[in-house]
Ligand binder design. Structure first.
Ligand code: B12
Length: 475
């Protein structure tokens, strides 16, 4: 069958993201014997017209619409992206009689709502590279789709069964990204190529959808395959590689083995991962990461208050966070600490505890990033808490427009004011609104031309001073 995969993501903040998942799915469909094209809308000036042209030229029997983001996860400036996906679906319906199939990270979060909102024929909920070829085969053979593992159809109430398999993760990155998308413009906007070393998440953070989308059990990509994938990327000139696992350093031994093997392989790549759990971050792993070529890491600390950490079910304490900060300070890798303020139990005092931790324990050359408010997703324990506290009134099937949790013990404006005051006096602190600054993308491209390479947040204190001096941010 002729298949058109459409990568709909056009969000450029905080950095552009190469559509590796959509490329993986395109490759898998091609391996299954189908003729596949991929349309990436990121750089298209007129996305609807580009889609119309692709539909008319290629005349696909199936269109796979990849949807990454539902919104920008920013309580300060909420943006709904589901409407854009619905408009693209309308273009498909107007210009073609192809079956329309949804896929992408957003489907792991709100599949029913997106299926309804777009009017698509099917949604692939779990691993697209496994499920999509099976769906295509069934469509080609005219077999019944309802009940196919990983596929949701209109009117289905329950989530579909997970595809059989489990165990090892077959593919962690596409074989050849540049066959499907223009890679250069992404690189000059400081994007790194994403690579998954595992799927699945056993943690129980109350706000998170990761285990809903990928299951609680880990499926690991063997370390030697991860090294082979990084080698392949390096051979294609892709030297900025980001591990995009839900949590990179768990299981700890798996991350350690990957780093040690990468160190031996000496591939000359700049590695990063923004998803490190402080509970599993020690000198041994950081040393291995340094040897492997890590240029930057992110620790998803969320809070440094024991009350809030327990409320979020993070599974570590403020003391463990301090130990992790001590370890980070003994190594040369740049680090961004990511905090998510406003969770259950948060008060101005607990926010102060977190700000004090960031002042005392984070090196001035490292970055502290503060998000205010927590996006509430249907089906999470946070949704139940928010309903019980009267913080959430929207119906469970009406949450595509973002709703954010703020502890009833404080207000969003109070929280913002507290964070802004700290940002003004600490040149390594950044609040979420900085991501949307006008000129941000222009600055990124200019930096790239001057030889600056990812991750850009390594330069936060310098950039912050410049922005403060020009009056653009945090003055
Ligand atoms: C790593 C990550 C990041 C990194 C990305 C780094 C990089 N170099 O790529 C960073 C930190 C930069 C980031 C930023 C953001 N992120 Co993010 N991110 C993730 C994370 C943890 C992994 C994404 C990933 O790369 N997966 C690996 C690839 C291979 O998988 P994939 O693209 O999903 O593709 C698979 C399937 O989706 C499917 N598939 C994909 N396309 C298609 C197409 C078809 C037709 C089919 C059938 C299937 C299919 O098959 C693929 C293989 O299984 C996810 C959570 C998650 N586990 O999905 C959140 C997630 C995608 N992010 C999210 C958000 C909100 C954002 C931001 C908007 C946040 C912000 N304000 O900064 C930005 C947007 C960035 C942008 N420009 O778009 C949300 C999106 C949903 C939502 N709430 O809107 C997620 C789901 C987290 C969540 N639960 O909230 N992110």
């Amino acid at each position: 069958m002729r298949v058109l995969i459409v990568s709909s993501n056009r969000i450029r903040q905080p950095v552009m993201v190469l559509p590796s998942g959509a490329c993986l799915v395109a490759e898998a469909a091609e391996r299954a014997g189908h003729a596949v094209r991929l349309l990436d809308l990121m750089f298209e000036k007129w996305p609807h017209e580009a889609l119309r042209r692709a539909l008319v030229d290629w005349r696909p029997a199936v269109v796979g619409l990849s949807i990454r983001n539902i919104d920008t996860n920013d309580a300060r400036n909420p943006v709904v992206l589901a409407d854009e996906a619905a408009e693209l679906a309308q273009v498909v319906r107007r210009c073609s009689d192809a079956k329309l199939v949804l896929g992408g990270a957003a489907l792991g979060v709100m599949p029913h709502e997106l299926l309804r909102r777009t009017g698509a024929d099917y949604a692939v909920v779990f691993d697209g590279d496994v499920v999509f070829p099976q769906l295509l085969d069934s469509l080609a053979a005219g077999r019944e789709i309802r009940g196919l593992a990983g596929v949701l159809a209109p009117g289905d109430v329950a989530l579909p069964a997970r595809p059989a398999g489990g165990g090892e993760l077959a593919s962690c990155t596409p074989q050849e990204l540049s066959r499907w998308v223009q890679v250069r413009p992404y690189l000059s906007n400081m994007a790194a190529v994403g690579l998954q070393t595992k799927r699945g998440c056993p943690f129980e953070c109350i706000y998170c959808t990761y285990s809903m989308a990928e299951g609680h059990e880990y499926r690991l990509c063997p370390p030697e395959q991860v090294v082979a994938a990084v080698r392949r990327l390096a051979a294609q000139g892709l030297r900025d590689v980001e591990f995009v696992d839900n949590v990179f350093n768990s299981p700890y031994e798996h991350a350690l083995a990957i780093c040690r093997q990468l160190a031996v392989a000496r591939l000359g790549v700049r590695l990063q991962s923004l998803e490190l759990n402080p509970r599993f971050l020690d000198d041994e792993l950081l040393w291995a990461m340094e040897q492997a070529g890590f240029a930057g890491i992110g620790v998803t600390a969320e809070s440094a208050s024991d009350v809030v950490l327990a409320g979020l079910k993070k599974g570590y304490t403020a003391e463990q966070l301090r130990l992790a900060a001590g370890a980070v300070a003994r190594h040369a890798i740049s680090c961004v600490w990511i905090f998510m303020l406003g969770g259950p139990g948060e008060t101005p005092d607990t926010v102060q505890e977190t700000l004090e931790f960031a002042t005392r324990c984070i090196r001035p050359s490292d970055t502290a990033f503060f998000q205010t408010g927590i996006r509430i997703y249907p089906g999470t324990p946070l949704e139940q808490i928010a309903r019980a506290q009267g913080v959430l009134t929207a119906a469970g099937d009406d949450m595509l427009a973002p709703v954010f949790y703020i502890s009833p013990q404080m207000s969003l404006s109070g929280l913002k004011a507290q964070v802004n005051a700290a940002v003004r006096t600490h040149m390594n602190f950044v609040a979420v609104d900085a991501i949307g600054l006008p000129l941000f993308q222009t600055v990124l491209r200019a930096c790239y031309r001057l030889g600056v390479r990812p991750p850009v947040w390594r330069y936060t204190p310098g950039v912050r001073r410049l922005l403060k001096w020009t009056g653009l941010y945090g003055g």
